[in-house]
Structure formats: C-alpha cells, structure tokens
Design a binder for this molecule. Structure first.
Ligand SMILES: Cc1cn([C@H]2C[C@H](O)[C@@H](COP(=O)(O)OP(=O)(O)OP(=O)(O)O)O2)c(=O)[nH]c1=O
Length: 195
C-alpha cells in the first residue's frame, strides 16, 4: 500500500469481532454496524450465503466510509445444505442444539476487505466441528445460561459450549466470528499489516 495507511473500519456490531482483532493487536479506527437483511434466499447454500452477506455488510459500510479500508464478515453454521438460524428464541436454540448434537457440522465465515480504490478482497473459511451427543439435561442447562442468544447455530464456542466440542478441524477464531489467520493475510497482502 503506497501513501498513508487508510483508517480501518470494522463493519460489524459484533463485540466478538472487535475482541478477536484485539488479540492480534488490531484496533479498528471506527466501528460501523450495518443493518442488512440476513434472510437466506430460497435454496441458498451456506457458503454463498456467508459470502453474500459479508459483501453486503462491506458495501453498506463502504458507502458511508469510502476513504477507509472496510472489514466485514458473516458467520454461518450449517448442517449439510441447511443454514441454521442465529438463535433469537430458546426454541430456536434448542432446535439448533438438537440438530448438531453428536453430529459433525460446519461453520463458515465470509470475510470481505473493501478498499477505497474499489477492490473487494474475499475469503471464505470453513471449520468442521463435532459436538458430543448432548443429553436433555445438558441442553436444558446450556439454554438456561443464555449464551446462545444472537449466535449462529445457537451456541458460542468461546463459552460453556467448548465443553461439548469433541473435534474441531480448521480455524477456531473462524467459529467465534472472524478467522484471524486469513484476515491477517488479507491485511498483509495489501501492505496494511507488515508481512
Ligand atoms: C458458532 C458461533 C457463532 N458466534 C457468533 C459470531 C457472530 O457474531 C454470530 C453470527 O452472526 P453474524 O451475522 O456473523 O454477526 P453479528 O450479527 O454478531 O454482527 P454483524 O452482523 O453486525 O457483523 O454468531 C459466536 O460468537 N460463537 C460461536 O461459536
């Protein structure tokens, strides 16, 4: 990147993404939450869905911050071709947990870096996760804690649900909401971060 380094804008209302970036020493200059419709299209597959929403968030923030470097992401939990919701009710969270109990599922995050020159750099990162088979009591106890609220797939690996994870293959930070290695790679690639 030639010339002065543009400010970094995080296009996300998620405190997790801010925390994740802080872990690798990155503090965005500004946070611009976006409010886009996150409803999947009929028959939309998980990967294109995550990629589409990440780009939509990036474009929404870039429209108000055209001189900035905009980082956006969207995290989706999928069982096969099925996209699980971001749990807003206990019933939704229970349905998600019943589906992923004892079964391998995938967590994918679309990441988009929007540059002031109009370029859009994209990554799609996938992590495979297998939970132990959950007992009715474990589900009830987990629901009572409330950590599922607003989380894709009805759980947060960075909390009590980590105790259910039998197997994980790929990026852990990707499950929390932002794959740090790939994000750093994007920022290094444009010279914003030192290689
Ligand atoms: C699976 C999983 C998801 N999540 C969270 C990450 C994301 O914040 C959320 C998925 O929703 P997102 O739409 O990706 O993000 P968001 O709504 O929190 O923020 P914004 O749209 O403004 O960018 O689920 C966890 O925190 N832990 C987990 O283990």
């Amino acid at each position: 990147m030639t010339g002065p380094r543009p400010p970094l804008v995080l296009a996300s209302a998620s405190p997790r993404r801010l925390d994740l970036l802080a872990r690798i020493g990155i503090a965005p200059d500004r946070v611009v939450p976006t409010d886009i419709d996150e409803t999947p299209y009929g028959g939309e597959l998980p990967r294109p869905h995550a990629a589409r929403l990440a780009l939509a968030k990036a474009e929404a923030a870039a429209a108000v911050e055209p001189e900035a470097l905009v980082l956006a992401a969207d995290t989706v939990v999928a069982v096969g071709r099925r996209i699980l919701p971001k749990a807003e009710t206990e019933e939704q969270a229970r349905a998600c947990l019943d589906l992923i109990s004892g079964r391998r599922h995938r967590v994918m995050t679309g990441v988009v870096l929007a540059l002031p020159d109009g370029r859009r750099l994209k990554r799609l990162v996938e992590t495979a996760v297998t939970f132990q088979r959950l007992t009715g009591q474990q589900v009830a106890d987990y629901l009572a804690i409330g950590e599922w609220r607003g989380k894709a797939g009805g759980y947060a690996i960075q909390g009590h649900a980590e105790a259910f994870v039998r197997f994980l293959s790929g990026s852990h930070s990707n499950v929390v909401g932002l794959p740090l290695f790939e994000t750093a790679q994007l920022l290094r690639g444009i010279g914003w971060l030192r290689p």
